[in-house]
Design a protein around this ligand. Structure first.
Ligand code: BTN
Length: 328
């Protein structure tokens, strides 16, 4: 689309790009370029023009098109990114695309999801303009057991991306939620598809949902626990395209680092994880009280149960437990 092409060309140039150059590159008349620039301006992009020099992009709305990402990522990387206005779920969409054997690192971003998927089949609220909903294909082959820790690595990578863009580092709540002021601002869902014949990985898709701002509001049941970056830090303004680019770069690094740099990711995970003290553990078998002691070598939660026995918990959910004073 000419809109994205012109925006990408302007976004990738540090200075002016002439109308003649744009018209040559995209095979349209200079009048066609002029009309596109006018449309971009009407949509809120600040594009200055100077005689004999051409056009220069100074800024724009907080949109999430390919052209918006072009200011932050090289063209070769953008070739493996798809931006959608609306989709049911970026994870579902990418898993389906990946059946065609996409390159690892292929990324799908949406401005809005109508059926955002959370863990345990829950709904992940994903209103337009308020968040970043991104899925990346991490692996398109291999042994599923080798991917056990990938979500924990992704939590570290996402925390780094948020810190790069906002200057504020979120906390990790075991196992893979990111929080600010104890409110969930990000959830991560990794989904594997396996080949039926060989049980090998067909696709490993990591999906990340970041609440950037809480425009309308969260559904009733989430109001107590969910938050957003700008909601928790009203002085911070996040440009979602910059956040998307930082996240893509951190996930690209993760793909190179996984699994060999486990010590580094484990150290960061332990540093950021705030799940300690009295908790309630929940999994398919029910609820259990425990004391969270720390994170073991496999990103599992080390706990002590009320009878004094200890264990490590690989999966499930925790919530902090407010105790009467006498209980340990
Ligand atoms: C959770 O908190 O339970 C995980 C939420 C994961 C949400 C993201 S948004 C992008 C990707 N697409 C989805 O449908 N889900 C993930």
């Amino acid at each position: 689309m000419l809109w994205d092409e012109v925006l990408t060309a302007l976004g990738q140039s540090r200075g002016y790009v002439s109308g003649a150059e744009l018209s040559r590159r995209f095979g349209v008349t200079r009048a066609g370029i002029h009309v596109t620039v006018e449309r971009l301006r009407e949509a809120g992009y600040e594009i200055v023009s100077a005689r004999k020099r051409g056009y220069r992009l100074l800024g724009g709305p907080d949109s999430l098109g390919i052209g918006d990402l072009a200011m932050h990522l090289p063209k070769e990387r953008l070739a493996a990114v798809r931006c959608l206005k609306e989709v049911d779920s970026t994870n579902r969409y990418l898993k389906e695309l990946a059946e065609e054997k996409l390159p690892e690192g292929f990324t799908v971003i949406a401005d809005k999801q109508t059926k955002g998927r959370g863990r345990y089949g829950r709904f992940f609220a994903s209103p337009a303009g308020d968040g970043l909903y991104l899925s990346m294909l991490l692996r398109n082959a291999g042994d599923p057991r080798a991917l056990r820790d990938v979500t924990a690595y992704a939590a570290v990578a996402t925390a780094k991306a948020i810190r790069r863009v906002t200057g504020i580092c979120p906390d990790i709540k075991w196992v893979n939620d990111l929080q600010m002021h104890e409110r969930k601002i990000c959830g991560i869902l990794t989904e594997l598809s396996l080949k039926a014949e060989s049980a090998e990985v067909q696709s490993c898709v990591v999906g990340i949902g970041i609440n950037v701002r809480s425009g309308a509001d969260f559904p009733e049941e989430l109001r107590e626990i969910a938050g957003s970056i700008e909601g928790e830090y009203p002085d911070v303004r996040v440009r979602r395209a910059a956040l998307a680019a930082a996240l893509i770069e951190e996930l690209d690094r993760l793909r190179e680092d996984f699994p060999s740099r486990k010590e580094e990711y484990l150290a960061s995970y332990r540093e950021l994880c705030v799940t300690r003290g009295p908790v309630v553990l929940r999994d398919a078998s029910g609820e259990r009280k425990a004391l969270a002691l720390g994170i073991d070598e496999d990103f599992s939660l080390l706990v002590e149960y009320p009878d004094g026995t200890r264990g490590s918990v690989r999966s499930g959910e925790v919530s902090a437990r407010k105790l009467p004073r006498s209980e340990p």
